[in-house]
Design a protein around this ligand. Structure first.
Ligand SMILES: [Zn+2]
Length: 503
């Protein structure tokens, strides 16, 4: 369990290229018998609901509309003489208008996000379209814009990632924090730096796409490529965030503590101050990007946002959802977890899981995706098969049950299953992970893009935009932003080297 305590000492990029060259193939150990997995106690929570059951919804809508019509007709016959009738009719007309306006507004957002097909179909579906020349010219302007889109080459899609952002640099980088402060200085990015990076990327024409806009995998696990169609002056990129768990060890270090849904129905952060008071707002990647895309819808391709890598041992999104929290006497609780349960005597495990799921569902609705970062922040190639299997089981039982299925594995500790050579069936961990539904794999690299497409997998390396990268390799950020304009004045300089912090 040592790794989990050192999560922020990830060695993201220690001469990965050298490592790739020298790394040996992992031997296939066929003699080790598979250990029987201890049966995991899956908490009884509602199974994730299917988001869009395709045909039934249409049928349901028709049925509901028909029922409404019948009710309205009966109501009309019975009360046609009543004085309220006129008013009801007016209300209905107004409601109908606002629905049409809503469809039009959403279509405009779809068009801004390069989904002209959807925008055009939605507007053509409006009742007044046939007679409304303004709408007709809007549609033809979109048809014109759609004809100018060009396919963006997959191999030029850069993938950037962050950890939880530092909201109060004075706390994270407090010299009293010693080695931990140095760790944050290396692998974390501040809120101000993040905002400046995103603004610069937007100004340069970057558009956020999903890894699944590049390819998906069919039921047999075969790769299916997709086209990303953008205006010629736009560039696609993928955004990810690691360890969106709000670990106990980060408490009091100037980092957000949770994601919640506020009274306006938006996902925002909870932030616990040192004095114990709590504030809510945009203090980390998810709400900051949500607000940015509200302002600049064209920063997102078809409404798609980033992919969030989760471990499980401290729960997810700031919710203490792992199995150990269910029982204060669980022998597997570590001191931080015991302290949490002691400080929260009213903690209700089932309720905690239900709340986490609500937030995760809302985030998915808002365009976010989730990835496995393994349950225990495990270095996959260095762990034996028994551990790889038990860890995957745990991720599925306690994380997937909240955030839903994913086919993306974002490796912790900058590791990977192979060097630059293709993954193949001689890699035991790869065979197992594919059989568990993982087809997309993300190691770390500092190059703008490195990808590999296999029949049943897609590998895409990611660039860390943190203190280490910005301070030590500003030239490797030039395609995205100018480091001198981004670096937070509150960040202690020089940023230490990997060797200074990790030895
Ligand atoms: Zn990590």
């Amino acid at each position: 369990m040592n790794e989990k305590k050192n999560y922020h000492f990830e060695n993201f990029d220690v001469s990965l290229d050298t490592e790739r060259r020298s790394r040996e193939r992992h031997s296939v150990d066929k003699t080790t018998p598979k250990k029987e997995m201890p049966k995991l106690q899956l908490p009884k929570i509602q199974a994730p609901q299917m988001k869009k059951p395709n045909i039934p919804v249409k049928t349901l809508v028709i049925a509901v509309v028909a029922l409404l019509l019948v009710v309205l007709m009966v109501f009309g016959l019975v009360s046609c003489a009543s004085s309220g009738d006129k008013k009801n009719k007016k209300d209905n007309e107004q409601n109908a208008m606002s629905v049409e306006e809503m469809i039009l507004e959403n279509a405009k957002i779809s068009a801004a996000q390069y989904d002209y097909e959807k925008a055009i179909a939605d507007v053509k579906g409006l009742e007044k379209y046939a007679t409304d020349t303004e709408l007709q010219s809007l549609v033809s302007s979109w048809e014109q814009a759609m004809s100018t889109l060009v396919e963006f080459p997959h191999e030029q899609i850069t993938h950037i990632f962050f950890h939880s952002l530092v909201y109060e640099p004075e706390l994270a980088f407090d010299p009293e924090n010693g080695n931990q402060a140095d760790g944050y200085n290396l692998v974390m990015t501040t809120v101000d730096e993040f905002n400046a990076i995103i603004q610069s990327m937007y100004d340069k024409g970057y558009v956020m796409v999903s890894m699944h806009d590049i390819c998906t995998f069919d039921e047999q696990g075969n790769r299916v490529d997709h086209k990303i169609m953008l205006p010629p002056d736009k560039k696609a990129f993928v955004l990810s965030q690691d360890d969106l768990n709000y670990y106990h060890v980060q408490d009091g270090d100037g980092i957000a503590t949770k994601l919640i849904i506020d009274e306006n129905g938006k996902v925002v952060n909870e932030y616990k101050k040192l004095d114990g008071s709590v504030s809510y707002g945009d203090f980390d990647v998810v709400p900051l990007i949500d607000r940015f895309v509200e302002k600049h819808p064209d920063f997102s391709y078809k409404g798609h946002k980033g992919i969030l890598a989760l471990t499980g041992y401290n729960g997810v999104l700031g919710y203490r959802t792992d199995s150990v929290y269910a029982d204060i006497n669980d022998p597997n609780l570590d001191p931080d977890q015991i302290e949490f349960l002691e400080n929260n005597p009213n903690f209700n495990y089932e309720q905690e899981r239900a709340e986490a799921k609500k937030v995760a569902d809302k985030m998915k609705e808002d365009g976010w995706e989730f990835a496995s970062h393994t349950w225990g922040h495990m270095t996959v190639p260095a762990s034996d098969m028994d551990r790889v299997q038990s860890d995957t089981e745990k991720w599925k039982a306690y994380v997937e049950s909240i955030v839903g299925k994913t086919d993306v594995l974002i490796f912790p500790n900058g590791s990977d299953l192979a060097g630059t050579e293709n993954y193949d069936s001689s890699i035991e961990r790869f065979n197992y992970l594919v059989s568990e539904g993982f087809h997309m794999y993300c190691p770390v690299d500092s190059t703008p893009y490195w990808q590999q497409k296999g029949d049943n997998y897609f590998r895409m390396s990611r660039r860390n935009l943190d203190g280490y990268r910005m301070y030590h390799n500003p030239e490797r950020c030039e395609d995205l932003f100018n480091v001198s304009e981004v670096l937070d004045k509150k960040r202690p300089l020089p940023v230490p080297t990997m060797e200074e912090v990790y030895g």
